[in-house]
Design a binder for this molecule. Sequence first.
Ligand SMILES: Cc1cc2nc3c(=O)[nH]c(=O)nc-3n(C[C@H](O)[C@H](O)[C@H](O)COP(=O)(O)OP(=O)(O)OC[C@H]3O[C@@H](n4cnc5c(N)ncnc54)[C@H](O)[C@@H]3O)c2cc1C
Length: 342
Amino acid sequence: MSAAGGGEPEAWAAWAARLGPRLAGRVTAREPLSRHTTLKVGGPAGLYVVPADLEDLRRAVAWLEEAGLAWRVIGLGSNLLVPDEGFAGAVLTLQRAANWIEFQGTRVRVGAGFPLARLVQETAKRGLAGTVGLAGIPGSVGGALAMNAGTPRGEMKDVLESCLYLTPDGRLVEAGPDELGFAYRRTAFLDPGRRWIAVAAVLRLSPAPAESLRAELREYLAHRNATQPVELPNTGSVFTNPPGRHAGRLIEEAGLKGERLGDAQISPKHANFIVNLGQARMAEVVALMRRARERVRETAGIVLEPEVRWLCGQEELRRLLDGPAPHPASRAPGAGEGSRAV
Ligand SMILES: Cc1cc2nc3c(=O)[nH]c(=O)nc-3n(C[C@H](O)[C@H](O)[C@H](O)COP(=O)(O)OP(=O)(O)OC[C@H]3O[C@@H](n4cnc5c(N)ncnc54)[C@H](O)[C@@H]3O)c2cc1C
């Protein structure tokens, strides 16, 4: 059995049978990742690992490193693109190992697996201000940390006092915001060389009347729901906003609002969203992204950069978007290194 890829379906079952008994949590082979992304598209992960607690997570990572298997941590998959061929490695989730929250006055300690939407609701209910800018972002706290998620009303970095992360060699490190490379939708967590796993965050909020916070939230969420295609599976903003411009407006001005390929569509409601009308394939999503980039480059002279994360690595996504267009008869985009059929 090859150490690097895992290879055939039976090989993944064999890896799962070896790792499973070492963990208190759950390991499954060839888990469809379309079940774990908000776009509901994508092939299987060789292994899908749900550690029971932090020690379990540490054991799983050590074992995967020793076995030479590629691995990735995901949150709630709300900013994630998974190739149709799947991911030839292990996907770990913290939804069981780090799904907790603790309140200490205006400080909140929260696990990376805790849903961000619940954090926003719980803080507003307790009269703690600072999280409204994160309202309506449908990921986990870990994903929000890794992405520095936010809106013009506030980002994750604005409320972060410190964070705890696990390194691939099993060290737990506490770091302040200055050490995490925060920028617009960027942090050190996204550097492929580091492979840090965010496990918890301490947030510093400020007191405010709960009723006015809840009213502010209601109004803000109503606005978001009216302007974003939340009724269909999607993956949030596909491209980052270029300085001083809106990616969605640029795509709309390029005439692509509503453009459809198979069941993937550039949303008629918000052109920076791609929605899944039913049976969309990642090849179609990537082809729409290519089309949007090409047309915006032609019409506005601006090169849009993806905000969404490609499970197999941003370099591969860059090649798919910038490389020669795939021949119609050849394999669909998505079939690159790292996204071998699983
Ligand atoms: C309808 C909709 C609206 C959205 N609106 C916004 C918005 O207004 N602002 C905004 O910023 N985003 C928005 N998003 C995008 C998305 O919700 C955010 O990027 C979110 O923070 C991703 O969290 P997640 O848990 O789903 O992460 P995932 O999508 O699962 O992962 C995203 C990245 O984070 C990494 N990651 C996840 N967890 C960890 C961890 N514990 N440690 C290290 N790395 C980790 C993954 O490896 C991956 O690279 C929206 C998405 C949708 C579907």
